[in-house]
Design a binder for this molecule. Sequence first.
Ligand SMILES: Nc1ncnc2c1ncn2[C@@H]1O[C@H](COP(=O)(O)OP(=O)(O)OP(=O)(O)O)[C@@H](O)[C@H]1O
Length: 258
Amino acid sequence: MTATEPIAGVGTHGALAAVATDLTKVYGEGETRVIALDGVSVGFRRAEYTAIMGPSGSGKSTLMHCMAGLDSITFGSVRLGDAELSTLNDKQLTLLRREKVGFVFQSFNLLPTLTALENVTLPMDIAGVKPDKAWLDHVIETVGLRDRLRHRPSELSGGQQQRVACARALASKPEIIFADEPTGNLDSRSGAEVLGFLRSSVYDLGQTIVMVTHDPNAASYADRVVFLADGRIVDEMAAPTSDLVLERMKRFEAQRTS
Ligand SMILES: Nc1ncnc2c1ncn2[C@@H]1O[C@H](COP(=O)(O)OP(=O)(O)OP(=O)(O)O)[C@@H](O)[C@H]1O
């Protein structure tokens, strides 16, 4: 990419929570060499909800992992808030992830012996940071967990467990939350609850969310969808609906197989 090419999602308004420029990720070498990301430039605005979609193997998880500082990058740059990730050592990266990034995974990743509330505050307890009580209260209210705080994960439904995981991600007011197929293990009703909650955390709490999904319905909760294919951004869509996303995906599939 040359310096004059536009970066997807970078318009004239809205500060950026994270930006990748010419991000390239190569795994392996020789015969096993795979270019998982091939010069991706993308920005994620503050208080915006972005869905990342694309066929299996298109690089969605790799993009998320590289932008979250979970995986090294081969070429290009990633900026999270004010930090340029390539300039940070392992210890600084760990701190940055702890302070600036929230994660929500397909499997809820809750500790079974802790209550819902203890799971929510665990990252801050580990970091030795005192939770902001008013904020924590606001988050708990938003996710609708007030009457489940003393329950252990095994006493909660899948949707409730994922809402605990979302509250855990939000509790420290991270710069950005990365959600990897957050509704992949949920039935459609619980999935809708979690997606609605993620949506309202963007509207009401000003959170920035980047979510990888295969599901056009899940993507319709986002403000914007970025489409990846073969490690490149091939399109993006503002104000997505399920039907428009589905139609776009079918068109990509037809192009790939023609
Ligand atoms: N650790 C790794 N070592 C080698 N190759 C990898 C590794 N991780 C991912 N890849 C390869 O990089 C490419 C992109 O993988 P990635 O997991 O990012 O795709 P994805 O779009 O998230 O796929 P899916 O929708 O199936 O989860 C794939 O070809 C994959 O095989």
